[in-house]
Structure formats: C-alpha cells, structure tokens
Design a protein around this ligand. Structure first.
Ligand code: COA
Length: 391
C-alpha cells in the first residue's frame, strides 16, 4: 500500500527584506547574494509571529480541507523551539482545534527533523492505514547581525498530511542514511542565534550526500538516471546546485552542466525569495518543484535531507498521477507575494528585539497579518490567539 504526502501547505513571515537592501547597507556587491549564494530576499517575522503562529497558519488549510477526524498524531519538527519542555505542536493542536485524542510531539535534529517526522509518520500509517499524521516543519533562521550567515536567514513552516494512498507523493523505501558527529552548525541553549562554520558546513553537507547515496545504493535504491528531478535541502539555494553537481560526479551521472542546473532550478524558486527555513527548507523545495513543473505525473524524484551536526537521508518518491489537482499553487504564491516589504532599519529593529526572560508580563504589538498571533507573555507563559480578521 503506498504511503506519503496527501496534502502540503506552507506559510511564511509577514515581512520581506530584499537582499538589495542588505547589499546597500553593507556595501556588498549584490551579485554575491544573487549569484554567489543564490538568494534574492528573505522572510522576516513580525513581532507577533513565531514558529507556532507559522505552523498553525501552514496547517490550517489542511485541516479545513480534510477535517480533523483522522488525525491522531502531530509531529512538529523545529530547531528553533520556543520551550525546552512543551512541544510547540501542543499550541498548534489547540489553535487548530484538533481532538484531545491526539499524540503530539516535537522532533529535533537541525534541518533534518522534518524528514525524521515524515518517515516516522509513514511508519505509523503503515501500522494503521486509516489514521493520518500531521507533520509540520517550522523554523526561523536567525544569525548574528553582520555575520556571514545573516544573508541566508529566512522563515517558513510547511505542513504535510501523511496518509495511505496519498494524492500527491508516494514516499519510497529504501532510504540511504548517514550520521557524523561534526560541529558545522549549532545553537547552544544560551543563544538565540545559531553559530555556523560556513565552509565546514558545505564540506560536511557534500560528504553527507556521498554517504547517504552510498547507503541508498547498498540498500537496493534506484539508479541515479531514473530520477526526473532532485530536491535538496537548501541552507541557501546555491547549495542545492553544488550538491547536485557533487552527486552527479560521485554517482557518474552523465548529464551536461546545463541539465544538472535545470534538474534542480525549479526546487529553488521559493527558497530563493524566502531564505533558509531549516526543517521546512527541503519541503519548500518540493512545493516549488511541484508548483513549477507540470510533467511529473508518475515520475520518480530524489529527495536529500541534511541536518547539521549531522544526519542526512536520501530517499526516492513517486509523484502521484493527477496530483496537480491537489496542489495549493495559488495559495503558495500568495504567501510569498503578499508579504510587506521591510527596509533595513525596520529589519534590524526586529532582529534586535528580544522577549523578556524574567517572567515579566509583556504585550506584543498587533503587527502581522496571518491567521494566528502571539499576544505576548504572561507569568512565563506564551499566549496565542486566532486573529480576528483585520481589514
Ligand atoms: N559575484 C558572484 N559571486 C560572488 C561574488 C560576486 N561579487 N562575491 C562572492 N561570490 C561567491 C563566492 O565565490 C562564493 O561562491 P562559492 O561558494 O561557489 O565559492 C559565494 O559567493 C559565497 O562567498 P563567500 O565569500 O564564501 O561568502 P561568505 O563568507 O559570506 O559565506 C556562506 C557564505 C554560505 C558560507 C555563509 O553565508 C554561511 O555560513 N551560511 C550559513 C550556511 C548554513 O546555514 N549551513 C548550515 C546548514 S547546511
């Protein structure tokens, strides 16, 4: 019985900062951003948005379309958690009005977490095919101001309904796996911004591509020339192109440089203007691919997930014939296009804003436009609310 992605929806931040603003402010040649790392713009969250409001906004259309009845598990992946104990998914469960008879848990392994969630969800559905699992990947990528990572920031949440006999994508077995203990990117508990050794992370990523591909072959996976498209985790979109060139050489794929470029290009179209969204990044790439290519019915895709630290997985998936009727292309484009432009000064002010850490009550300004908002903090607790729609 096929199992996989039955529905997919994403949400991103209220604001958009163009890289042209960053380039002007820092006196950097814009080509470094547009060509060097492959980024044009980044999503920036309003003061009253966070990973929970984005996650609920991403999942709401799925619940609206399919109802809550069959969802008995919510797996939320993030590496920018808002609490060390309580799962962000429990807030989302409440905002969406999911039934009490649900298990909810948070998963973490840097940007890889959502792929773990997808695979665990598929296993749960295999055990009980009448049940569906809501998988949510939600993250805000934040680095120190004026650090090399700053230009790769971004924010998004992707929600996926994992089910038997899926309408969009059948996830295949086997997977190729790779784990290596490496400090390429990490965020100690006392920091709100990540630390990254950029060059080490690129090398570690490429080694993980090799390792996961090798294991995929040993487990009896497809030959490389069977895949119609390749979807890679994108800390910045240029990385997907680097990864594909690397895999093609390692696996002796005879494509021309132009073919290698076009196999990956459609997967980068949302990430290029949203920025890194950590756990959500690979699945934003998948959304972009499905929204921009019309020839994928019945064809196999390659998916490569990488989470610094590091864990990686390579797996195949088949696009379900007729899937285009189930996509949310218009909604996805609107999430990108309706963002409000923010200038460099506004972005910096938001970047420097921190929530109190001493238990003081704190009310946030009404600022974002998504369906849910973080009202503030009270007695060390985060308070969320569905937004009464503003005109
Ligand atoms: N025109 C065209 N290309 C340019 C350019 C210009 N004017 N100026 C620089 N470039 C290119 C460089 O040649 C380089 O390309 P290459 O990687 O193919 O060699 C690229 O732009 C980046 O330049 P670099 O000087 O290395 O930039 P940087 O010091 O700002 O670092 C990253 C770039 C990606 C390493 C940095 O942004 C980073 O650490 N990002 C976070 C990565 C991450 O999140 N990793 C964890 C998850 S995998």
């Amino acid at each position: 019985m096929p199992i996989g992605i039955h529905d997919l929806s994403f949400a991103t931040g209220h604001y958009v900062l163009e890289h042209a603003e960053l380039a002007r402010a820092y006196g950097v040649d814009i080509d470094k951003f547009h060509l060097g790392i492959g980024q044009e713009a980044m999503s920036v969250l309003a003061a009253d948005e966070d990973i929970v409001t984005m996650a609920a906004a991403a999942a709401q259309p799925i619940v609206d379309r399919h109802g809550t009845g069959d969802i008995r598990t919510v797996l939320l992946a993030t590496e920018t958690a808002v609490d060390q104990a309580k799962s962000a998914g429990v807030y989302v469960h409440s905002l969406l009005g999911l039934p009490a008879a649900t298990r909810v848990v948070e998963l973490k392994q840097a940007c890889y977490g959502a792929t773990a969630a997808l695979q665990f969800a598929a296993a749960l559905v295999a055990r009980e095919p009448s049940q569906r699992v809501l998988v949510i990947a939600t993250d805000v990528a934040r680095y120190d101001l004026e650090s090399p990572g700053e230009s790769t920031q971004g924010a998004a949440a992707v929600a996926m309904l994992v089910a038997a006999d899926p309408a969009i994508l059948r996830v295949e077995s086997p997977s190729g796996l790779f784990t290596a203990d490496i400090m390429d990117f990490w965020r100690p508990n006392y920091r709100s911004t990540a630390l990254v050794d950029g060059r080490t992370s690129i090398t570690a990523y490429l080694q993980a591509v090799e390792g996961a591909w090798k294991d995929y072959g040993e487990q009896g996976g497809r030959a490389i020339d069977e895949f119609s498209a390749f979807c890679y985790h994108q800390p910045f979109t240029k990385m997907a192109h680097k990864a594909h060139r690397h895999l093609a050489e390692f696996a002796s794929l005879a494509d021309t440089p132009n073919e290698l470029h076009t196999a990956v290009l459609p997967t980068t179209l949302y990430n290029r203007v949203i920025g890194n969204s950590y756990t959500a990044s690979l699945y934003l790439g998948l959304a972009a691919l499905l929204d921009h290519r019309t020839d994928l019915d019945g064809r196999p895709l390659a998916m490569f997930s990488y989470g610094s630290g590091s864990v990686a997985e390579f797996f195949g998936a088949t696009v379900v014939p007729g899937h285009r009727e189930h996509l949310r292309t218009a909604g996805n484009r609107s999430a990108v296009n309706r963002r409000t432009p923010i200038d460099f000064a506004g972005y910096r002010a938001l970047h420097e804003q921190t929530l109190p850490t001493d238990g003081r009550d704190h009310e946030l300004p009404v600022e974002g436009s998504g369906p849910f908002r973080l009202l503030g903090l009270s007695g060390h607790k985060r308070i969320y609310q569905a937004r009464a729609h503003r005109s």
